[in-house]
Design a protein around this ligand. Structure first.
Ligand SMILES: [Cu+2]
Length: 196
C-alpha cells in the first residue's frame, strides 16, 4: 500500500515539473545588416530570484578583436578581459551604466575584471590602443536569453509559466518587443523583424 502511494507521488511530481516550463523559439528577419548574427533575444523581466553568477565570464582579446563581439550576461556577472595577443590591450567603456570604466593596459596572459551591476545596460567595449576594436556587453535581469548566429534562429528553454515581454537587442538594428505567454510545456513561436 505504501509503495503504491509513493509511486503515485513520484508520477505527480514529474508531471508538475514538466507542465511548469515551456519554450520560446522563432526566427528573425534582419534588414540593413549582413546577417542576423549577434542579436540577443531576451525576456525583459521575470519574477523569480535572480542568482548572481559566481562563475566569471571571459571576453578574449585575440588577433586585435574582442571575442565574443556581443556578450549577454546576467546582472552581477564579473567579466574577465583576457589579453591573448603579443601586444598591449586596454578596455574602457564610455557608457554611464558601466561607470565609464577604464581598466588600464595589460599584456599577454593577463586579465582585468569588471562586475556589471546595472540592468539593461548595453555597454560598448573599446580599446584605446586599437581604435578598431569594439564589442558589446548586454546586462540582463535574468538568464532567459539567446544570442543568434547568422541564421537568426533562437530558442529560449525552460521558461516558467507566465506573461512576459520578449525583447530583441542589436548594436545597429531594432525590433519591436512582443508579449508572450507561457501556459504549457509547448513551444511558443515568436518571430521578429529588425531594421535600422
Ligand atoms: Cu587593443
Amino acid at each position: 500500500m505504501m509503495n503504491k502511494f509513493l509511486i503515485i507521488l513520484v508520477i505527480n511530481l514529474g508531471m508538475v515539473a514538466t507542465v511548469l516550463a515551456g519554450e520560446i523559439s522563432g526566427e528573425l528577419k534582419c534588414r540593413g545588416v549582413r546577417d542576423c548574427s549577434d542579436v540577443v533575444v531576451y525576456i525583459d523581466k521575470i519574477n523569480e530570484d535572480v542568482e548572481v553568477p559566481k562563475e566569471h565570464v571571459v571576453m578574449n582579446q585575440k588577433n586585435l578583436k574582442f571575442i565574443p563581439h556581443v556578450l549577454p550576461i546576467v546582472v552581477g556577472t564579473t567579466v574577465d578581459y583576457l589579453n591573448s595577443d603579443d601586444v598591449l590591450h586596454n578596455v574602457f567603456s564610455p557608457d554611464k551604466c558601466a561607470e565609464k570604466f577604464n581598466l588600464g593596459t595589460w599584456s599577454k596572459g593577463e586579465t582585468r575584471s569588471y562586475t556589471y551591476n546595472d540592468i539593461d545596460c548595453g555597454a560598448v567595449m573599446l580599446c584605446n590602443v586599437h581604435p578598431e576594436m569594439e564589442a558589446w556587453i548586454l546586462v540582463l535581469q535574468n538568464k532567459y536569453f539567446y544570442k543568434t548566429d547568422r541564421d537568426g534562429k533562437y530558442v529560449i528553454k525552460d521558461v516558467p509559466q507566465g506573461k512576459y515581454e520578449l525583447k530583441v537587442w542589436h548594436e545597429k538594428i531594432k525590433g519591436k518587443s512582443q508579449e508572450v505567454e507561457i501556459t504549457s510545456d509547448e513551444t511558443v513561436i515568436v518571430n521578429f523583424k529588425l531594421k535600422r
